[in-house]
Design a protein around this ligand. Structure first.
Ligand code: OXD
Ligand code: MN
Length: 597
C-alpha cells in the first residue's frame, strides 16, 4: 500500500468514476501473478502451455480488431497543433479529456481496477522514472510485470510525495451482472484512443488491450512522454537498442542503434558474432534513455525489464538468444498453439504440427493461404533470461555510449556503413532515416518511408524541435570529443537482380568492427560527399570470401541516386516549414554542395 496522498486520491477518483467493482494494488509478487494467470486460464482467456515444453508460460489470442499499435488512433495533445507537429495526430487537450472522460464513466463496471506502480529503469537510478498505471486488464498486469520493475518496491520508493507519470488505461468493455465476458474484451476500433498529454505528463488510453496501446510503460511513457521530458530536462529518450561489444583483445564498448520497427533491432542486440574472438552482450532491444554522466560521457539505461518481440520469423537460426530468452516464464500472444501445448509460428524453423490452432482459434489449414500466427504476434520474455544479457544491464548509472547507429532497409543508394563528420552531421543523418516499405506489407505507398531517428510514431512533440534538441545536446556536451560517434548502416543493399549483397545477421560484426575501431581512430576512412566510408580492405571478409567482390557496390556512393535522395529529403523537410533548425538546413545545403563538386 501507499502513504502517497496524491496517488491514493487519484486512484480513488478514477475507481469511482469508472465504477470499478474493486480495486487491487499490485504488489508484484509471484503469488499475485500466479493468481491472475490462474483466473485468466479458468475464464478461458489464456491457456497454460505444456510445462515440460515451455515451463510457466501462457498463451493468449486477442480480438481481430486489437492486434497492433494503432497509429491513427494515437494522439499527442499539446496546447497547440504546431507543438505536436506534422509527425503527430493532434487533439486539443481539454476536448480529448472531455471525450475520454465520457468513455471512462462506468467503463470498469463488473471489473477490477488494478493499480500497477512501475519503474522504467533500475529502481532508484537517476536516469529512471516511475509511472503508475491503472487498468482493468489482468493480461496487462502480467505483461507489465515482465516488461517493467513493478509492485510494492516502487510504492516504497515513491514514498509520500515522489513523482510519477499517471497512466490511465481501460479496455473499454464494462460487464453487466450476468453478462458473459468476451475472451478478449476491448472497444471497437473507432473507440480506441491512445492519448498523451505531453505538457502535463499524462497518458489516457482507452479501448485496446494490446501491446504498446495498453502496456503504457513502453511506447507511451518511455518514448512519447519521455521524449518531451528529455527535451525539457536536457537528456535523450530514444527508440534504440543498446549492446556491449568486446573485441578479441578484451576491450569493450557500448553502442546504441535506432532502426525503424521491423528492421532487426532485436536481432542486432542479440547478435552472435561470425568472427572469432568477438563478443556481443545485450543491454536492451528497443529503448534507450541517456544522460550525461559526471565524466561528461553519455550514459544509457534500458528502461525496460523484458522483451516484447515479434515472434514470426524468429528462430534458432535468425536469433537463438531471443528463442532462449522465451524458453520459460513467458507470454505468447496471437501465435499458433500446437496440439502438445507449445507455440508455433511461421519461420520458427520446423514444420507446423498437424492440428495446430491458429491465432483466430481455428484448427489451421495451411491450404487456406492465411498465416497461422498474426504478422504482429508477440512474445513477452524477461530480459534476465537472455543468455547474453550484459553484466551491467541493470547498473543504475547506465553504460557509457561510444557510438550511435542509424539505419533502415534500403535496397539501393545508402552504403553498408558511413560515419558522420561530426555531431551535427550525425543529427542530420538521424533526421533522414528512411526504410523501404512494400505496399502489401502495411498498406502504404511502396517506396521509402522517412522515419527520422526511427521516432516518427514515438516523438511526443514537433519533430523539428526534436532535431533542435539533438543539436542542443551536442552543444551541451562539456567535452565534444567524448560525444558518441555517429554512423549510418544499411544491411539491406541489393544488386540489380534483387539479390542481397551483404549476408547480415552474425556477419554484421564485420561492420561493427570497423565502427569499433573508428571510435578509437585505429582505422582510417575515405571522406566522401555523404560522410566517412571504410576502405574496402578494412572490412574483414575472411570466411565470406564470396562476398568480398560485392564490397565495391556496397560502399559505392552514386551521385545521381544521392541527388534523387536529396529531393526526397527536401520533400520530407518541407513538412516542418520554418521550424526546421538552421543547423539542419545548413547540413543539408552542405551535402548538396559536396554532391555537386
Ligand atoms: C515495437 C515497435 O513494437 O517499434 O517495438 O513497433
Ligand atoms: Mn520498437
Amino acid at each position: 500500500m501507499t502513504k502517497h496522498k496524491k496517488l491514493s486520491e487519484w486512484v480513488r477518483e478514477w475507481a469511482e468514476w469508472c465504477q470499478a467493482s474493486q480495486v487491487h494494488w499490485c504488489d508484484g509478487s509471484s503469488e499475485e501473478n500466479q493468481r491472475l494467470l490462474d483466473e485468466m486460464t479458468a475464464s478461458g482467456m489464456g491457456v497454460r502451455l505444456n510445462e515440460s515444453k515451455r515451463p510457466n508460460s501462457y498463451y493468449f489470442q486477442s480480438d481481430p480488431s486489437d492486434v497492433a499499435r494503432v497509429e491513427d488512433r494515437t494522439f499527442i495533445c499539446t496546447p497547440t497543433k504546431e507543438d505536436a507537429g506534422p509527425n503527430n495526430n493532434w487533439a486539443d487537450p481539454a476536448e480529448m479529456k472531455e471525450t475520454l472522460r465520457g468513455f471512462y464513466r462506468g467503463c470498469m463496471q463488473g471489473r477490477t481496477l488494478y493499480v500497477i506502480p512501475f519503474s522504467m529503469g533500475p529502481l532508484g537510478s537517476n536516469i529512471a522514472h516511475i509511472g503508475v498505471q491503472l487498468t482493468d486488464s489482468p493480461y496487462v498486469v502480467v505483461n507489465m510485470r515482465i516488461m517493467t520493475r513493478m509492485g510494492q518496491a516502487v510504492l516504497d520508493l515513491l514514498g509520500e510525495d515522489g513523482e510519477f507519470v499517471p497512466c490511465m488505461h481501460s479496455i473499454g468493455s464494462p460487464l453487466q451482472p450476468g453478462q458473459k465476458d468476451a475472451r478478449w474484451p476491448c472497444a471497437p476500433i473507432e473507440k480506441k484512443y491512445i492519448s498523451h498529454f505531453s505538457e502535463t505528463r499524462e497518458i489516457w488510453s482507452y479501448g485496446s488491450g494490446y501491446g504498446g496501446n495498453a502496456l503504457l510503460g513502453k511506447k507511451c511513457l518511455a518514448l512519447r512522454i519521455a521524449s518531451y521530458m528529455a527535451k525539457e530536462q536536457g537528456w535523450l529518450a530514444e527508440h534504440m537498442l543498446i549492446m556491449g561489444i568486446t573485441n578479441p583483445e578484451g576491450k569493450k564498448k557500448y553502442i546504441a542503434a535506432a532502426f525503424p520497427s521491423a528492421c532487426g533491432k532485436t536481432n542486432l542486440a542479440m547478435l552472435i558474432p561470425a568472427m572469432p574472438g568477438w563478443k556481443v552482450e545485450t543491454v536492451g532491444d528497443d529503448i534507450a534513455w541517456m544522460k550525461f554522466g559526471p565524466d561528461g560521457r553519455l550514459y544509457a539505461i534500458n528502461p525496460e525489464a523484458g522483451f516484447f518481440g515479434v515472434a514470426p520469423f524468429t528462430s534458432m537460426e535468425t536469433n537463438p538468444n531471443a528463442m532462449l530468452s522465451m524458453k520459460e516464464n513467458s507470454i505468447f500472444t496471437n501465435v499458433g498453439l500446437t496440439p502438445d501445448g507449445d507455440v508455433w509460428w511461421e519461420g520458427i524453423g520446423h514444420d507446423m504440427p498437424a492440428g495446430t490452432i491458429n491465432w483466430k482459434n481455428q484448427v489451421h489449414d495451411p491450404a487456406s493461404g492465411q498465416p497461422c500466427s498474426h504478422a504482429n504476434a508477440r512474445f513477452t520474455a524477461p530480459a534476465r533470461q537472455c543468455p547474453v544479457i550484459d553484466v551491467d544491464w541493470e547498473n543504475p548509472a547506465g553504460v557509457p555510449i561510444s557510438a550511435m547507429l542509424f539505419g533502415g532497409r534500403r535496397p539501393s543508394t545508402v552504403p553498408l556503413v558511413h560515419q558522420a563528420f561530426d555531431w551535427n552531421h550525425g543529427v542530420f543523418l538521424g533526421s533522414i532515416v528512411g526504410s523501404e516499405v512494400t505496399a502489401a506489407a502495411i498498406g502504404l505507398k511502396a517506396g521509402v518511408r522517412r522515419d527520422p531517428f526511427a521516432m516518427l510514431p514515438f516523438c511526443g512533440y514537433n519533430m523539428a524541435d526534436y532535431f533542435g534538441h539533438w543539436i542542443r545536446i551536442g552543444e551541451a556536451a562539456r567535452d565534444k570529443s567524448q560525444l558518441p560517434k555517429i554512423f549510418y548502416v544499411n544491411w539491406f543493399r541489393k544488386d540489380e537482380n534483387g539479390k542481397w549483397l551483404w549476408p547480415g545477421y552474425g556477419d554484421n560484426i564485420r561492420v561493427l568492427e570497423w565502427i569499433f575501431n573508428r571510435c578509437d581512430e585505429t582505422v582510417g576512412a575515405d571522406s566522401k560527399a555523404i560522410g566517412l566510408l571504410p576502405k574496402k580492405e578494412d572490412i574483414n571478409t575472411t570466411g565470406i570470401e564470396s562476398v568480398a567482390p560485392n564490397l565495391d557496390q556496397l560502399l559505392d556512393v552514386n551521385k545521381e541516386l544521392w541527388l534523387a535522395e536529396c529531393e526526397s529529403i527536401a520533400e520530407n523537410y518541407a513538412k516542418f516549414g520554418d521550424r526546421l533548425p538552421a543547423e539542419i538546413k545548413a547540413q543539408f545545403e552542405a551535402l548538396k554542395k559536396r554532391l555537386a563538386e
